[in-house]
Design a protein around this ligand. Structure first.
Ligand code: A2P
Length: 340
């Protein structure tokens, strides 16, 4: 029998994504029975608000998942590796926002606007993986174009906000800006270089071929989500001194010619997309305008005249919402609607 309410655990509740999870669950009126907010011992004793009530943050332990129906995980890969299987063993379904399970063949990697049917495969392991933030917003925009004219190759460069690296990274940007204006010494902990007034072409660690793991995530996850295991994709991921929302310059080659006007029309009708593309009025997607919103914004749509069938796009979305908490909650909504 279907439940009216579901007990939800948020793992990493005190983090930048965890905060958005509470907001999105509340805004979308997810039928939450008990809400269990879990974090490390650093947060013990803290209270966080949900639906007008204060909830005590509990320390994550092996026993945290008793009576939990859905676990929303966003506390890093090592936490998911250890605790997601324990949550599943205790009877919960996990939606995992870390990189821990994304590329495991029996774990579905889902963006609800793109491949919601894959959620059925949660049964394999009791886990659905939420993709990397930069990947999510890109595939939301690419899927309708791929359906229309088959994408042949993707070249993406990202301009990723510091919130993608967590709450401490946001504080680091603020503190560096203040330090620079006040002639104080600059502290660098979350980023390998000064992020204030800088761009750092280095997100996650470097791998042997010269790509960072973030770049490989975009390549591998895009292929998995679109169901195109050999689609040529290349990526350069860059951290920029923006607090929230990721921007991406995306160049797409297609099998069949698609004009910019046709692409605009397709994207206007695409789920989860808002076209913001009136260059004559200085209208194009902006990180500061996407922040706090649910949509993926697409603009600067134009023909790439250097190839036969090419298009350029500028894609912006709130990385904490569509790139993380919102996508996770959308997956949970489909789970309870169709499967639990
Ligand atoms: P805490 O605040 O207690 O450190 P962000 O991505 O913004 O850095 O947030 C990371 C989230 O993951 C925080 O809620 C953090 O809790 C939580 N977290 C990190 N490590 C652990 C751990 N070992 N056990 C439980 N929660 C953790």
């Amino acid at each position: 029998m279907k439940k009216d309410k579901y007990n939800v655990a948020v793992v990493g509740a005190t983090g930048a994504v965890g905060e958005q999870m509470r907001e999105v669950l509340e805004e979308r009126e997810f039928p939450v029975g008990e809400l269990r907010l879990l974090a490390s011992e650093r947060s013990a004793g803290q209270f966080l608000e949900f639906q007008g009530k204060q909830h005590r943050v509990e320390i994550l332990t092996e026993d945290s998942f008793t009576d939990i129906d859905i676990g929303l995980f966003s506390a890093g890969s090592s936490v998911s590796a250890k605790f997601a299987p324990l949550a599943v063993a205790a009877g919960a379904v996990v939606v995992d926002n870390t990189g821990c399970f994304r590329m495991e063949p029996d774990v579905p990697l889902v963006v609800p606007e793109v491949n919601p049917q894959e959620i059925a495969n949660y049964k394999n392991r009791g886990i659905v993986a939420n993709p990397n933030c930069s990947t999510i917003q890109m595939v939301v925009a690419l899927k309708p174009l791929h359906d229309a004219v088959r994408i042949k190759r993707v070249v993406v460069s990202t301009y990723q906000s510091v919130s993608g690296a967590g709450r401490k990274a946001m504080e680091e940007l603020s503190q560096q800006v203040a330090a620079l204006f006040n002639g104080r010494e600059l502290k660098k902990e979350k980023f390998p270089h000064q992020i204030a007034f800088n761009c750092i072409p280095h997100i996650d660690v470097f791998t042997e071929g010269g790509y960072t793991k973030e770049e490989l995530k975009m390549i591998d996850e895009t292929r998995k989500i679109l169901g195109e295991p050999s689609l040529p994709v290349t990526a350069t991921t860059v951290r920029v001194p923006v607090f929230c929302s990721h921007s991406e310059s995306v160049n797409v080659e297609t099998v069949v010619k698609l004009s910019a006007a046709e692409a605009r029309k397709i994207l206007r009708e695409a789920p989860g997309v808002i076209v913001a593309d009136e260059p004559e009025n200085n209208v194009y997607p902006l990180a500061i305008e996407a922040t706090g919103k649910d949509a993926t914004y697409v603009g600067r749509i134009r023909d790439d005249n250097s190839v036969a069938n090419g298009l350029n796009l500028w894609i912006v979305a709130d990385n904490l919402r569509k790139g993380a908490a919102l996508n996770t909650v959308q997956i949970a909504e489909i789970l309870i609607r169709d499967y639990l």
